[in-house]
Design a binder for this molecule. Structure first.
Ligand SMILES: Cc1cc2nc3c(=O)[nH]c(=O)nc-3n(C[C@H](O)[C@H](O)[C@H](O)COP(=O)(O)OP(=O)(O)OC[C@H]3O[C@@H](n4cnc5c(N)ncnc54)[C@H](O)[C@@H]3O)c2cc1C
Length: 388
């Protein structure tokens, strides 16, 4: 534990007092959620940040809940990282369908803001901010997931840009995406396996890009294989300097691994379980729920500490990795606790609650795979702590 606190000195700090503007914002999000529940867009059992609903994202954006921290000149609202956190945790906890803008708002937009050409920034960022642009993450390949530096997708310099050939896999919502940020090899491989990689912003409507669907364990179409067959990408769609892709990917992963989306995937189930246990739960229920609540609050505190650092532009290193490992373990355990505590039989053909529990059970295994597997995270943490 001492070692973990060495990595998280902010956890020793006194908890921040509630900030009035953030609490007012929280009330606005809750009112929006209530409206959307009445409209039927927010229902129990949906996978919040992967469920695609463009119209919902546009309404979110119209309320100012997308691109919250970005400069106004790119369509943003210049709010604080903490305010964004408040909005995200409320929407995720409610199970809102954020899939159309989530990846763009969480990592692709910020990546373009930091490393994109001015033309690409002006073209794309205002559309993300309006909830009208979907991004996918083009990192994993059929033979390169954990060992990402071994990717084989190549981008070769041609007149005015790059020609891209290769295959990406497990690409969430690629079937809806307007763009993919693709990690590719732009320079020949040397002894340094992390050198010579780059990230390109690839329009999905370009000639030579095709998408094949992959159906997951729950029978849903979230994942895809994407093939690039000699498609052209303009040179101003390169992010950062050519060959600097590994650094960019590492920075992006800190955003991907540390937010409330890494522990709230089954919060709807938890919430029903706690309500069912009531104000005077029996000893068994009190123990189960008490344990989960204490873990939830500890993980949230870690996530908030990282969010503060990212908001100040500071390096977070292995902290995001620890947070993701603890957070996904927690969200995976909630459906099991619900089964132990409640007299309910999960069933895809059952009522809303039975269906939600079935969906949570079928989706839970992927929580600790997407964004980096448990074994890989543990390896990074061990390195960070100087243990290997
Ligand atoms: C629901 C879901 C959504 C996803 N969305 C995206 C997306 O949008 N974009 C994207 O690019 N990718 C996405 N992924 C891919 C995800 O990042 C990879 O699945 C993950 O990184 C693991 O890679 P792999 O599947 O190739 O498994 P492998 O790397 O082949 O690993 C297989 C097993 O071996 C273990 N292992 C591998 N190497 C080591 C090692 N050195 N030490 C110990 N154990 C090891 C792993 O932990 C794992 O258990 C998604 C995955 C899922 C499940």
């Amino acid at each position: 534990m001492t070692s973990v606190f060495r990595l998280f000195p902010d956890l020793h700090a006194a908890p921040a007092a509630p900030r009035d503007n953030a609490e007012a914002l929280r009330a606005r999000v809750r009112a929006f959620v209530a409206e959307e529940r009445a409209r039927g867009t927010i229902t129990l059992g949906r996978q919040s940040w992967t469920t695609y609903d463009r119209a919902f994202s546009e309404r979110c954006a119209a309320r100012g809940f997308v691109a919250m921290t970005w400069p106004k000149e790119y369509g943003g609202h210049e709010r604080t990282a903490f305010e964004r956190y408040v909005v995200c945790e409320e929407l995720l906890a409610a199970g809102a369908p954020l899939g159309s803008h989530w990846i763009a708002d969480r990592q692709s937009g910020p990546q373009i803001m930091r490393n994109g050409s001015e033309k690409v920034k002006r073209e794309i960022l205002p559309r993300i901010a309006a909830g009208q642009c979907t991004f996918g993450i083009g990192m994993s390949e059929p033979d390169s997931g954990s060992d990402l530096s071994s990717i084989r997708t190549r981008a070769v310099r041609v007149d005015g840009g790059y020609r891209v050939d290769g295959r990406k896999v497990w690409t969430t919502n690629a079937q809806h995406a307007d763009y993919l940020i693709v990690l590719c090899r732009t320079e020949p491989q040397t002894e340094d396996r992390y050198a010579g990689l780059s990230q390109l912003v690839v329009p999905m409507n370009a000639e030579g890009v095709s998408v094949r669907s992959l159906i997951n364990l729950a029978g849903e179409h979230e994942l895809n294989e994407v093939v690039f067959d000699g498609n052209f990408v303009p040179e101003d769609h390169l992010l950062g300097q050519g060959g600097d892709g590994w650094r960019l990917v590492t920075e992006e992963l800190a955003f991907e691994r540390s937010g409330p989306d890494r522990f709230l995937s089954t919060f709807g189930i938890f919430s029903i379980m706690a309500q069912a246990a009531g104000a005077e739960p029996d000893r068994h229920a009190a123990l189960e729920i008490g344990r989960l609540v204490s873990r939830l609050s500890a993980v949230r505190q870690m996530s908030l500490a990282i969010n503060g650092r990212l908001g100040r532009g500071e390096h977070v290193g292995g902290m995001a990795t620890i947070m993701k490992d603890l957070g996904t373990a927690l969200e995976q355990e909630i459906p099991d606790a619900a089964r132990r505590l409640m007299d309910v039989r999960p069933s895809e053909d059952g009522n809303e609650w039975e269906g939600a529990l079935a969906s949570a059970i079928l989706n839970a295994p992927c929580f600790s795979l997407r964004g980096g597997t448990r074994e890989i995270l543990k390896g990074i943490i061990a390195r960070e702590l100087g243990l290997r």
